[in-house]
Design a protein around this ligand. Structure first.
Ligand code: ADP
Ligand code: ADP
Length: 227
């Protein structure tokens, strides 16, 4: 199993007020699955993603990433933020190769894999461009290539396209689907947008916000042609 969330609960105490953000949540994600966490604002989606990422600790329950307990952030769980942060002084390809360079991956292998990923994200002709020479959408795609070169077990995305204009958002949604279909990476995608969840996901986990406290997850299979 790529990700196994068992009985995770989390409460916040803020200004004397107690909020139960996650109440005994279970979620099992298979390798290669594209799963969307869907629910209204405040239902605990970001809290769950932050706990899976290792940014935050659960009160109780366990999370296993490829069988290993999650206690802190790790390269197995790659979080991509709304604003891609590329190194401005590095070319597109150098940005993509930065991770492998740090982990000591063979340089030729890293270079070939970077070139392959840049082709997949449609930026093969932009390997030697610098971030400021790319459009917003292109910079996002570089960030995805850079994430995937490190072979994460799972990509964690929290409303990644929320800040984009409508046209770029649609192009990024299609891009992400193509990338997922080609690379078969496991994706946990947080959104409050029903349409986005149904467009993207294999499975949608609906988190319901009962006034102030209980949050349950139920899963729905979305029938969708697969390539
Ligand atoms: P979502 O991502 O679905 O909008 P969140 O996970 O951000 O929901 O929040 C779930 C609940 O926990 C909300 O009621 C929110 O106000 C509360 N909450 C989240 N983070 C904190 C925090 N750091 N301190 C206090 N309450 C928080
Ligand atoms: P946005 O930033 O709005 O998402 P895109 O990333 O789709 O925009 O692309 C912005 C501009 O760059 C467009 O004019 C597009 O034609 C051009 N462009 C994007 N990707 C490529 C590519 N792989 N080859 C050539 N031109 C491209």
């Amino acid at each position: 199993m790529a990700l196994d969330i068992r009985g995770v609960s989390k409460h916040f105490r803020h200004k004397g007020k107690n909020t139960l953000a996650l109440d005994n949540v279970d979620l099992h994600v298979q390798p290669g699955e594209f799963i969307c966490l869907l629910g209204p604002s405040g239902c605990g989606k970001s809290t769950l993603l932050n706990i899976v990422a290792g940014f935050m600790k659960a009160d109780s329950g366990t999370i296993l990433s490829q069988g290993t307990p999650v206690t802190k952030p790790g390269a197995d769980r790659c979080v991509l933020f709304q604003q891609p942060t590329l190194y401005s002084w590095m070319t597109t390809k150098q940005n993509v190769m930065f991770g492998p360079k740090m982990t000591g991956m063979d340089k030729t292998a890293a270079s070939e894999r970077a070139a392959e990923l840049l082709d997949i994200v449609g930026l093969g002709a932009f390997q030697n461009h610098y971030p400021h020479q790319l459009s917003g959408g292109m910079r996002h795609r570089v960030a995805y290539a850079r994430a995937l070169i490190n072979k994460p077990n799972i990509l964690l995305l929290d409303e990644p396209f929320a800040a984009l204009d409508a046209i770029t958002r649609v192009s990024m949604q299609n891009f992400l689907l193509e990338l997922w279909q080609q690379e078969r990476t496991t994706i946990l995608f947080v959104t409050h947008d029903v349409e986005e969840a149904c467009l993207l996901a294999d499975r949608v986990c609906v988190m319901s916000a009962r006034p102030g406290r209980v949050h349950a997850i139920s899963t729905v299979d979305i029938p969708r042609p697969r390539t």
